[in-house]
Design a binder for this molecule. Structure first.
Ligand SMILES: [Ca+2]
Ligand SMILES: [Ca+2]
Ligand SMILES: [Ca+2]
Ligand SMILES: [Ca+2]
Length: 255
C-alpha cells in the first residue's frame, strides 16, 4: 500500500511545482545528505564553485576532513569527499577563506591535540588549499599558542592579504590559565608567518575580527567562558601587525 504523504509534503506540493519524486528530499524541510560519517559539522562554503553551498565535516579520531557537495534542490552528493590528514592531526574546527586568492575556497583547520587536564604545549593550525572540486592540497602546519579552539580569517594589517587569528584556551583547557590569540600574517604565495601570541584573558573560546572602535583598523573580539572569566569578552584593539608586540598586554573590557 503506498505511503500516505505527510501534511508537510502536501503543503510543499501545493506551494511549488515539485514533482512527487522531488518531494522525498523536501519532506520535513530537509535535504538528502550523503552517507553519514563521524565527526562534526565545522563550516559551510562553496568548495567546487558551482554556486551551491557545501558542508565541511571534521573528525579528530580519523584525522579526516570531509566535504559534502551541495546539489540541485538542497541535496548533497551521496558520498562525502574525504581529505585524510597525517596521523596525529586532530581537526576539531575549520574556517573557510580563499587564503591564496586563486578563486578556490581554502580551509584553516584547527588541530587540537591535547587531552583535558593535561598541560599542553604549543598547538597548530593546518592549511588546506582548495582545488575547486571539493579536494585539497595539504599546506603548512603553523604553530599557535597551546590549545587552539577556533580560527578567524581577515585582513588584519590591511595589506590586501587575508591573515589568520587563532583563539587558544591556554595551557590547560579546564583551568584558568590565560588564553591567547595567535596572529599569523599572510605574506603572499602561500607563505605565512607567526606575528605573535596576544593575551586574551581566561577562558578564551573563540575569536572574531570586527571593527569595534571605528579607527579603520580591524580589531579582534574574543568570547570567554563565563566559568573561567569575570569578563564576557576580550577586546584586542587592532594597531597594525607591525606595531603589535608579541605577548603584549591587551586592553580588555566587559560588555
Ligand atoms: Ca558547491
Ligand atoms: Ca584558494
Ligand atoms: Ca593582511
Ligand atoms: Ca579598530
Amino acid at each position: 500500500m503506498p505511503t500516505k504523504p505527510s501534511l508537510v509534503a502536501i503543503a510543499l506540493l501545493s506551494a511549488t511545482t515539485l514533482t512527487q519524486a522531488d518531494t522525498a528530499a523536501y519532506v520535513f524541510g530537509h535535504g538528502t545528505f550523503g552517507t553519514p560519517v563521524d565527526g562534526t559539522l565545522a563550516a559551510i562554503g562553496d568548495f567546487d564553485n558551482d554556486g551551491r553551498l557545501d558542508l565541511v565535516g571534521v573528525d579528530a579520531v580519523t584525522s579526516t576532513v570531509h566535504i559534502e557537495l551541495g546539489q540541485v534542490g538542497g541535496d548533497f552528493l551521496p558520498t562525502p569527499i574525504p581529505t585524510v590528514l597525517d596521523d596525529g592531526t586532530a581537526p576539531v574546527a575549520a574556517t573557510p577563506a580563499d587564503l591564496d586568492a586563486d578563486g578556490n575556497l581554502d580551509l584553516v583547520v584547527v588541530d587540537f591535540e591535547c587531552t583535558p587536564n593535561a598541560d599542553c604545549g604549543p598547538g597548530s593550525v593546518l592549511l588546506l588549499f582548495g582545488l575547486g572540486d571539493g579536494t585539497f592540497e595539504v599546506g603548512p602546519k603553523l604553530r599557535t599558542a597551546p590549545v587552539p579552539i577556533e580560527a578567524a580569517v581577515a585582513d588584519l594589517d590591511a595589506d590586501g592579504l587575508l591573515d589568520i587569528a587563532v583563539a587558544t584556551a591556554g595551557s590547560n583547557i579546564l583551568s584558568d590559565a590565560p588564553g591567547f590569540v595567535t596572529v599569523i600574517a599572510n605574506r603572499g604565495n602561500r607563505d605565512f608567518k607567526g606575528v605573535g601570541d596576544f593575551a586574551a584573558g581566561n577562558g578564551a573560546r573563540g575569536v572574531r575580527a570586527a571593527q569595534v572602535d571605528d579607527d579603520g583598523v580591524l580589531d579582534l573580539v574574543v568570547p570567554q567562558s563565563p566559568s573561567l572569566s569575570n569578563d564576557a569578552i576580550a577586546w584586542l584593539p587592532g594597531i597594525g601587525a607591525s606595531r603589535r608586540r608579541p605577548g603584549g598586554r591587551a586592553r580588555r573590557r566587559a560588555y
